[in-house]
Design a binder for this molecule. Structure first.
Ligand SMILES: [Fe+2]
Length: 200
């Protein structure tokens, strides 16, 4: 039988690991981008979107936390609903982050930086009851909606129609829809017998 002789590995085939260098763009800066928008406009939009991105990433993660930790008689429907909203918030995260890059900015990305930046209060690590989980989600949605509307108005004033459209058509519409689906779970309605219906 023919035995293969060990050969030297070509240098070009060896992975070059553990490389380090200076970052190529500082967070908070904007590079020129030929999209016919002034640098000041792109800078303002990128800054605003980074705040919104940090809050959207936090809301996304709050949905996954609650998807895992939910309890009680509505476990099944909330387990599924929370994960659906998690997926929709994940799509928003990508749209917002990529819009920041299109504007010449740098998207916030890592959880430690997000935690420092978000305006959404930090929940405890442990489990909470469903009404408390829902209250946290509704509060977080309201923070996002309030800032997204203000940012949309500013983007419209500045002529940044792409950012305005993302905020109005995607962020605001999705968040309003999710608030409706979540808020209806804390309406204190009867489960089996209508109010005022006499017991027999
Ligand atoms: Fe899951």
């Amino acid at each position: 039988m023919k035995t293969s002789t060990p050969r030297k590995v070509a240098r070009s085939a060896a992975p070059l690991t553990h490389q380090h260098a200076h970052e190529i763009q500082a967070f908070g800066s904007v590079v020129p981008m030929p999209i016919a928008l002034a640098e000041g406009t792109r800078r303002t939009s990128a800054e605003n979107l980074n705040q919104l991105l940090a809050d959207t990433m936090t809301l996304r993660d709050l949905y996954k936390k609650h998807h895992w930790q939910v309890s009680g008689p509505t476990f099944y429907q909330l387990h599924l609903l929370f994960d659906k909203h998690y997926g929709e918030q994940s799509e928003l995260v990508d749209l917002i982050a990529e819009r920041i890059m299109m504007l010449g900015g740098v998207s916030i990305a890592m959880s430690a930086d997000v935690a420092e930046t978000t305006l959404i209060p930090r929940p405890p690590k442990g489990r909470e009851e469903v009404p408390v989980q829902i209250s946290r989600l509704l509060h977080a949605h309201e923070i996002v909606l309030e800032e997204a509307r203000a940012m949309a108005r500013k983007a419209a004033e500045d002529g940044d129609d792409g950012t305005n459209d993302l905020l109005v058509s995607d962020v605001i519409r999705t968040n309003e829809m999710q608030v409706w689906f979540v808020a209806e779970h804390v309406v204190d309605g009867p489960l089996a017998r209508a109010d005022g219906e006499a017991a027999t």
